[in-house]
Structure formats: structure tokens, C-alpha cells
Write a protein that binds this ligand. Structure first.
Ligand SMILES: NC(=O)C1=CN([C@@H]2O[C@H](COP(=O)(O)OP(=O)(O)OC[C@H]3O[C@@H](n4cnc5c(N)ncnc54)[C@H](O)[C@@H]3O)[C@@H](O)[C@H]2O)C=CC1
Ligand SMILES: NCC(=O)COP(=O)(O)O
Length: 334
């Protein structure tokens, strides 16, 4: 297979050091060959800061990256940048954007088997002209998918969650929850669970928006007006969906055993249980794309960058899952 492309993320965050740590653990973690896309110097310094002996080797082709991977961390070098852990700069944000763009283009062109994105700061990227809510929408657009069809899922060993609305203010959520949005994004989720995760007949648990899923309309009307019709439409389409369910009782262990994915109405309804249960191996996966894209569930963690406190589990899980999904797609199209 072609290598996995990993965009380096913000140089001042924990992304570069976790790419280096993942390379060190590549054998034990059973990772497919990957190539970093970013700055050779930043990766080199980040590894050294972390006390890791990682030979970082610029490569001129993806074949060379695969051939190099056993003995060195291959990098498609985009040039130099500021590197002070924990101190983001405009130059660093521009490099993060270049790396995201280059790694995405390679994957869209089919030259790399999957895309893993290291964390970026959304506000820092916005300050250098990035006009997407997040990397999800950027990658969706680059791969020819409408923004509403690039669906964010967070996946961990205990739970999978899909927020129907993502990076929007909480007060905007009720106005965005429509039966069409829920039906469309849930159907994309169900198809992706079959195609990329090998779950033959995925079970969807759809959360309500309001306390007690609205308590028969006494605590809000959206559950009955918008969410229940979406669940009915999904069922009519042959998808094993149920809801709206009271969100507060959806995430205990016995409840989780009854579904494959929780369809949630807003960002924190989904990401709080996921990060409470699976922070150290949670993966952010974009569903509905012609390419595979994953990312660790955490952000740039500027406060601990360069201090050797950042745990590599989620980055490793993101790389491993990218390889597994790529292998599954390759085997089903062969
Ligand atoms: N995939 C991405 O690119 C994501 C980017 N972000 C961005 O990251 C920036 C910071 O966001 P925050 O909400 O502070 O989230 P964060 O995940 O960066 O940090 C939250 C807390 O978790 C800790 N932490 C994070 N990753 C860790 C790891 N691997 N090991 C040990 N501790 C870890 C941090 O030190 C901090 O205390 C924001 O600008 C946001 O836009 C946030 C989430 C995902
Ligand atoms: N909270 C999840 C997150 O911020 C990741 O967003 P994205 O950059 O992957 O779209």
C-alpha cells in the first residue's frame, strides 16, 4: 500500500512530538508506513525536545518514504518554521495550513492511502485566512464533498459518537437541527460503519436535544418535531435507528452495549462522553469522504507541548485506524 500522509499540525502544539513518538512505537503499535508532511527541522527539534532518538529523513517520493520508514521518519519537507513549543506564531499557522493542504492533496490524488491530521488551532488558522470551521470541512471540500456531507465521528474502544452540529454556538443548535440534516448525516454514518468499520447492520441510538428528550413536549419541542421524524425516516430506509433517547442515560455501560454509534445533537453532547471514556485512544474520523481521514481526538495542547507530558495514544490510534480503514477499502475494491 501507499504510505499514510500525516500533516504535522501546529508546530507549537503537541502534534510534531507525537508523530515522532508514534514512529518510535511503530512496530509495537503495528502501524502502517507513514510519511510526515511538514518541516524537517520542526520534527527533528520536537523529537529531540522529547528526548527521542528519531532520525528524520527528507524524502523526494512516496516510494522513498515507504523504503525509509523502517530506519527513519520520512518527511516531505515544506521548509523551515518557528519552533517554540507552546508559543504559536503566524508563521507556524501558515506551515500548519500548508501541511494540511499538501497532505490532503496527496491523499485526494490517491498517492497516499489515508490522511491523518495532527492538531491545529482553529483560531490561529482563522487568523491566517483559513475559512472553514475545522479540518473536517476543509478535507470534505478538497475531496469534492458538500460541507454537510463530511460527517465527524469520534471513535474509541468504548463508544462511537457523531455530533449532528459541530463548531457552532450552542444557542444556534436548535435552529440547525432539522429532520433532513439528521436523516442525511445518520445515513452517511450508517453507510460508513458498514464500509469502513465492517459493521454489517449498524445500530444507531439517536439522542434527544432537550432534558428527558423533551418529556412529551413539556421541556422543548425539537425532540418530537424534528428528531422523531428523522428516526422514522431512517427506519423506513431500513436503518436500525431508535430515539429520540434521553441523552443523560445513553452512555452508561449497559446502554452502550445496545448500539454501535450514538447520534448526538451537538458537539459537547457527543464529545464529553467520548473524551471521558476514551480520551487517550479516541480518534476523530471524517465519514462520507472518498478518502480516509483521521485525527487524534485532542487538540494542540499548547500548555504541555515540549514538556514530555503529551501521551501518544490517540495519535497512534488515529494512525492505526487510518491503516485499517484503508486496508478494508482496498480489500473490498480488489
Ligand atoms: N483535531 C484538531 O485539530 C483539534 C484541534 N483543537 C484545537 O486545539 C486547541 C486547544 O484546544 P483545547 O480545547 O485546549 O483541547 P486540547 O485537547 O488541546 O487540550 C485539553 C486538555 O487536555 C490535555 N491534553 C490534550 N492532549 C493531550 C495528550 N495527548 N496527552 C496528555 N494531555 C493532553 C491538555 O494539556 C489540556 O489540559 C484549540 O485551538 C482547538 O481549536 C481541538 C480539538 C481537536
Ligand atoms: N472538537 C473536534 C475538533 O475540533 C476537530 O475538528 P476538525 O479540525 O477535525 O474538524
Amino acid at each position: 500500500m501507499n504510505p499514510i500522509a500525516i500533516s504535522q499540525g501546529d508546530p507549537a502544539g503537541i502534534g510534531p512530538e507525537l508523530i515522532a513518538a508514534s514512529w518510535i512505537l511503530r512496530g509495537m503499535a503495528r502501524l502502517e508506513p507513514f510519511v510526515a508532511v511538514g518541516s524537517r527541522r520542526v520534527l527533528d527539534e520536537a523529537a529531540r525536545h522529547r528526548g527521542l532518538d528519531v532520525p528524520v529523513r527528507p524524502v523526494g517520493s512516496l516510494a522513498e518514504a515507504v523504503a525509509t520508514f523502517d530506519s527513519a521518519l520520512p518527511v516531505l519537507d515544506l521548509g523551515d518554521a518557528d519552533y517554540t513549543p507552546g508559543q504559536p506564531t503566524e508563521q507556524g499557522a501558515l506551515l500548519a495550513l500548508d501541511a494540511l493542504d499538501a497532505a490532503t492533496q496527496l491523499t485526494v490524488a490517491g498517492e497516499t492511502s489515508a490522511l491523518v491530521t495532527a492538531p491545529v488551532s482553529k483560531s490561529r488558522l482563522a487568523s491566517v485566512g483559513f475559512n472553514h470551521p475545522g479540518q473536517t470541512e476543509f478535507v470534505g471540500q478538497a475531496s469534492g464533498v458538500a460541507p454537510e456531507d463530511a460527517v465527524m465521528m469520534l471513535a474509541g474502544p468504548s463508544l462511537k459518537v457523531v455530533p449532528m452540529t459541530v463548531h457552532v454556538p450552542l444557542h444556534a443548535v436548535p435552529g440547525l437541527i432539522t429532520p433532513e440534516l439528521i436523516t442525511r448525516r445518520s445515513a452517511i454514518t450508517a453507510r460508513a460503519l458498514v464500509r469502513d468499520f465492517g459493521i454489517a447492520d449498524p445500530r444507531l441510538a439517536v439522542a434527544g436535544l432537550n432534558p428527558h428528550a423533551g418529556e412529551d413536549g413539556r421541556m422543548g419541542h425539537e425532540d418530537q418535531s424534528y428528531i422523531a421524524p428523522a428516526v422514522a425516516a431512517l427506519q423506513a430506509a431500513g436503518i436500525a435507528a431508535r430515539g429520540p433517547l434521553p441523552a443523560d442515560t445513553m452512555f452508561h455501560a449497559q446502554a452502550r452495549s445496545t448500539y454501535d454509534v450514538a447520534i448526538c445533537m451537538y458537539h459537547d453532547q457527543a464529545l464529553i462522553p467520548l473524551k471521558a471514556l476514551d480520551f487517550d485512544d479516541g480518534v476523530n474520523v471524517t465519514l462520507g469522504l472518498p478518502i480516509i481521514r483521521t485525527s487524534p481526538d485532542h487538540g494542540t495542547a499548547f500548555g504541555i507541548a515540549g514538556s514530555r507530558q503529551a501521551r501518544p495514544g490517540a495519535m497512534i490510534a488515529a494512525i492505526r485506524l487510518a491503516g485499517e480503514c484503508a486496508a478494508r477499502r482496498a480489500s473490498t475494491t480488489a
